[in-house]
Write a protein that binds this ligand. Structure first.
Ligand SMILES: [Zn+2]
Ligand SMILES: [Zn+2]
Length: 383
């Protein structure tokens, strides 16, 4: 471990949870974390929050396997040191790492409409840093791959400056770390993309953390009916806390769920938000919106072979299909403001946090997620 009296960027080992193979328990290892290079920042991670995408890439089902790898992308930490060219962050700044970035220079970053930066948009297959195509993690000289530019399951990580949101240092990192991915993704998908007006009916497909955050966005927007769709009936009770008013389990019907929803809502919902990542749910989420004005928003990350299929007349009749990454938030420009919404009590985060484990027991967090027990499990990095 580094001590504060040592010169910056010592090369001592730090604890990291390494995924050596698909689906095998993560192993806490001492790894070397290299100093930050040009436009990079080394961050001391204090809290992680497990997101389902970590589990997907750990299982590597429907995704390209890349191992050994340090997963983790929903976290909060403190800047330890900065590399060449980094001007906006200094040691001690509180930051949320984000899996998609904002370079502030490309056409996307300059557009008010887009948040998919040309340089730093999510790339799940890249396991190295952009600057030199190398990893900053190693064990006994052998590189360990990064994950979505964040790799936060480590006491220290190296992140491109464009993937770090500098936030209010008074914000509790063990709470606001959940804004680093899932909660912002769902909340923003509703508020920034679906944009339901007051009194709307909104369907939310998938009542995991992202779906519940989408429901929270609908509640904050003043939706009159929020229909939760999930295959697990145990999720409904919990979902009521997030404003979900009705529940539909597709397993209870022998016809497509879009027909069931259309019947419940006199022709379809005004808005739908899809948060399951399953292709059939994506199609249902589109086909269940009302003709003439309905808007469906896809949020879940699909498997690499997924194909979206619907009849073109569904579009001709005035339905709109949209998709969004990270709730259309620009990480550096917008996330500090979402943290302020929490600080001003406009957005509640505590209800998303159902479990907490020390870093040494990180595999328990994966179990809770796989068993469908947790919404968010906080992983405390320090003893
Ligand atoms: Zn995530
Ligand atoms: Zn950019």
């Amino acid at each position: 471990m580094c001590s504060l009296t040592m010169p910056a960027f010592c090369h001592f080992g730090f604890a990291a949870a390494v995924a050596w193979e698909a689906g095998k328990p993560l192993v806490i290892e001492e790894v070397e974390v290299a100093p930050p290079q040009k436009m990079e920042v080394r961050v001391k991670i204090l809290f992680n929050s497990l997101c389902h995408t970590d589990v997907n890439f750990w299982e590597a089902k429907g995704q390209n396997p890349l191992f050994p790898r340090i997963l983790g992308h929903e976290a909060g930490g403190i800047v330890e040191g900065v590399g060449e060219g980094v001007k906006e962050l200094v040691p001690g700044d509180h930051v949320l790492p984000v899996f998609t970035g904002e370079c502030k220079e490309c056409a996307h970053c300059k557009s008010e409409e887009s948040n998919v930066c040309d340089l730093l948009r999510i790339n799940t297959d890249r396991g190295v840093m952009i600057h030199d195509g190398k990893s900053r993690f190693s064990k006994e000289g052998k590189p360990i791959y990064h994950f979505v530019g964040t790799s936060t399951f480590s006491e220290y990580t190296v992140v491109h400056v464009g993937c770090l949101a500098k936030i209010n240092p008074l914000a509790p990192l063990d709470k606001v770390c959940v804004l680093s991915c899932g909660i912002s993704t769902g909340f923003g998908a509703t508020l920034n993309v679906a944009k339901p007006v007051k009194g709307s009916t909104v369907a939310v497909f998938g009542l995991g953390a992202v779906g519940l955050a989408a429901a929270e966005g609908a509640r904050v927007s003043g939706a009159s009916r929020i229909i939760g769709v999930d295959l697990n009936p145990n999720k409904f009770e919990q979902a009521k806390q997030f404003g979900v008013t009705e529940f539909v389990n597709p397993k209870d019907y022998n016809r497509p769920v879009q027909e069931v929803i259309a019947e419940m809502t006199d022709g379809g919902v005004d808005r739908s938000v899809e948060c399951t990542a399953h292709i059939d749910a994506m199609i249902s989420a589109f086909e269940c919106v009302h003709d003439g004005w309905g808007v469906a928003v896809l949020v879940g990350a699909p498997s690499k072979d997924a194909v979206f299929k619907t009849h073109p007349v569904n579009f001709l009749n005035g339905r709109t299909l949209k998709g969004t990454t990270f709730g259309n938030y620009k990480p550096r420009s917008d996330i500090p403001g979402v943290v302020e919404k929490y600080m001003n009590k406009e957005l509640e985060l505590e209800k998303f946090i159902t479990h907490e484990v020390p870093f040494a027991e990180i595999n328990k967090a994966l179990d809770y997620m796989l068993e469908g027990e947790s919404i968010r499990c906080i992983i405390r990095m320090e003893h």
